[in-house]
Design a binder for this molecule. Structure first.
Ligand code: HEM
Length: 497
């Protein structure tokens, strides 16, 4: 009876005695054999494999050393054993519930949060690299041999000579000394090294957790996608740098030696996507674990009452929309940065004494490339510094007021009554952060893009995005594995009573 219960329901076994007891339910004449004697609580999957049972070590929410039978292969023998064997309860146990899915332990969540922190760091270092105009100092893409910086004077001179062939040196930095070159080189080198560290710090644990079967079923594909994205990010980074090294820049007398704003935006956008994915997945893994352990969900006892509520659903949709808007504003910022558009119209809220620059400046024919000017709009929006700055302002102000509106929503009594406390806290954090971010943006503009303020502004956009990601995770229902675990734990609790 006990064994059937366990087999049928995947209930956790806490004591070695229970497992020892299992042997008695499968006496030798049933044909089931336990390969080795069971000692103390040192059970392992292999010891029971020959019995036709798959026994697995669980990572139970309460951290106790527990084991469960996760499946019983339906052989002729086990079928024979099924209802007839336990006829008294056959109706109750005729249909065994599916095996419990793997639930990622907190170490998986912590690793993902650590990875997101590394991505945050690389975004900040990348911003400083761009702001200090260091990004074009390494003229080659050598993923393996580039790990070491030049070590001897001869090697430094060799690197310097390569830099001297670039448009940036010829047009901007022709009086740079070797020592100055070394400092910009080290900045770009640190950025690239951090990128490699992220790759290793992500992929090694990913392989480990996969081999140890510690990943919730939805995770392997998602995490593999992230690992690939890290590689793609490295390629985009090099593709971006290449655009600033092209010799053709020298042919255009008006050209400035800088990278393509499109590639810069792609590089920054991919970094944001990686960061959001790592942070969101890590937070959800930790929250799922807590929930499975019997903890509250976003500070409330029943998630079903919240997630299904029409007002909350509307609030969730608005939050997704706002997160998209923050993302778009940040991307438009990359265009401002890529075109050095922060060096124009250094006043706020006006631009040249008016709310908007004249339309012939915003949509100047000089930027259209097709003969019928069908590209006038989008080219101005993405290539004209005045227009990109104007767009960034519009998006930023819209983001600001939208975040304020979302925050105010949390005070509406009908919504406040159902909204989890953690969601309200996240909305407050988002509103606080958007204030800081707008102040940093305005200061960046008024002070003509000083490195510390502009870098803080870039970091601020990541913090703002983080508050929104956190907010969204507070509204996500617990994962399938966590729900299954919690249910099993509750059933187990009921059985023990
Ligand atoms: C929600 C608000 C905002 C967000 C999320 C945001 C985001 C960003 C991002 C991600 C960048 C790119 C930084 C880089 O690649 O180095 C940027 C650049 C910039 N932003 Fe904002 N921004 C916001 C508000 C503002 C405001 C209100 C202003 C002022 C009008 C502003 C002015 C600038 C300027 C001048 C740059 C170029 C700085 C540079 O060259 O490095 N931003 N913004």
């Amino acid at each position: 009876m006990l064994a059937q219960l366990l087999l049928g329901n995947g209930v956790r076994l806490k004591h070695s005695n229970t497992l020892l007891g299992l042997r008695q339910y499968f006496p030798p004449q049933t044909g089931l054999k336990f390969r080795s004697a069971v000692r103390g609580s040192e059970f392992g999957q292999r010891k029971f494999s020959s019995a036709g049972l798959r026994l697995t070590r669980l990572s139970p929410p309460d951290n106790s050393r527990s084991y469960a039978i996760i499946s019983q292969p339906r052989t002729k023998l086990t079928r024979l054993l099924e209802p007839r064997f336990f006829s008294a309860n056959s109706a109750q146990f005729a249909a065994p519930s599916p095996p419990l899915p793997v639930l990622s332990p907190p170490s998986v969540g912590r690793w993902l949060l650590f990875s997101s922190a590394l991505v945050f760091a690389v975004i900040v270092v990348g911003g400083v690299t761009r702001l200090t105009e260091s990004g074009l100092s390494i003229t080659e893409w050598r993923p393996i041999t580039g790990i070491l910086p030049p070590l001897s004077n001869a090697e430094w001179n060799q690197e310097f000579e390569k830099y001297k062939t670039t448009p940036e040196f010829k047009l901007l930095n022709h009086s740079i000394t070797l020592d100055q070159f070394k400092s910009i080189f080290y900045m770009e080198w640190a950025h690239r090294i951090l990128g490699r560290v992220i790759g290793v710090a992500f992929i090694v644990p990913l392989v480990y957790f996969s081999l140890r079967k510690k990943l919730t079923p939805s995770l392997p594909a998602k995490l593999t996608g992230m690992a690939l994205l890290i590689g793609v990010q490295g390629l985009i980074g090099w593709y971006m740098v290449k655009s600033g090294l092209e010799e053709s820049l020298m042919d255009d007398p008006t050209a400035v030696p800088r990278v393509s704003q499109y590639r810069l935006a792609a590089h920054l956008g991919t970094a944001f996507v990686l960061y959001i994915e790592m942070l969101g997945t890590g937070l959800l893994a930790l929250r799922d674990w807590q929930f499975a352990k019997g903890g509250k969900w976003s500070g409330v006892t029943r998630w079903q009452d919240v997630v299904g509520h029409p007002r909350v659903r509307m609030f969730t949709r608005l939050s997704w929309g706002l997160t998209g808007l923050v993302f778009l504003t940040a991307l438009s910022g990359a265009f401002v940065a890529g075109l050095d558009a922060g060096l124009l119209y250094n006043e706020f809220p006006l631009m040249g004494g008016r709310l908007a620059p004249p339309s012939d400046e915003l949509f100047s024919a000089a930027y259209a490339k097709s003969p019928d000017q069908s590209d006038l709009w989008w080219r101005n929006m993405l290539e004209n510094p005045t227009t990109t700055q104007f767009d960034h302002r519009i998006l930023a102000v819209t983001t600001y007021f939208s975040t304020g509106l979302l925050y105010m929503q949390t005070f509406r009594p009908s919504l406040r009554a159902v909204l989890p406390p953690l969601t309200r806290a996240a909305a407050t954090a988002a509103f606080a952060m958007v204030n800081v971010q707008v102040l940093l943006g305005i200061s960046t503009l008024l002070y003509l893009v000083p490195v510390p303020i502009a870098a803080a502004h870039q970091a601020g956009s990541v913090v703002l995005l983080s508050t929104m990601v956190y907010l969204l995770t507070t509204l996500r229902r617990p994962g399938m594995a966590a729900r299954a675990w919690r249910e099993a734990a509750q059933k187990g609790e009921a059985l023990r009573r």
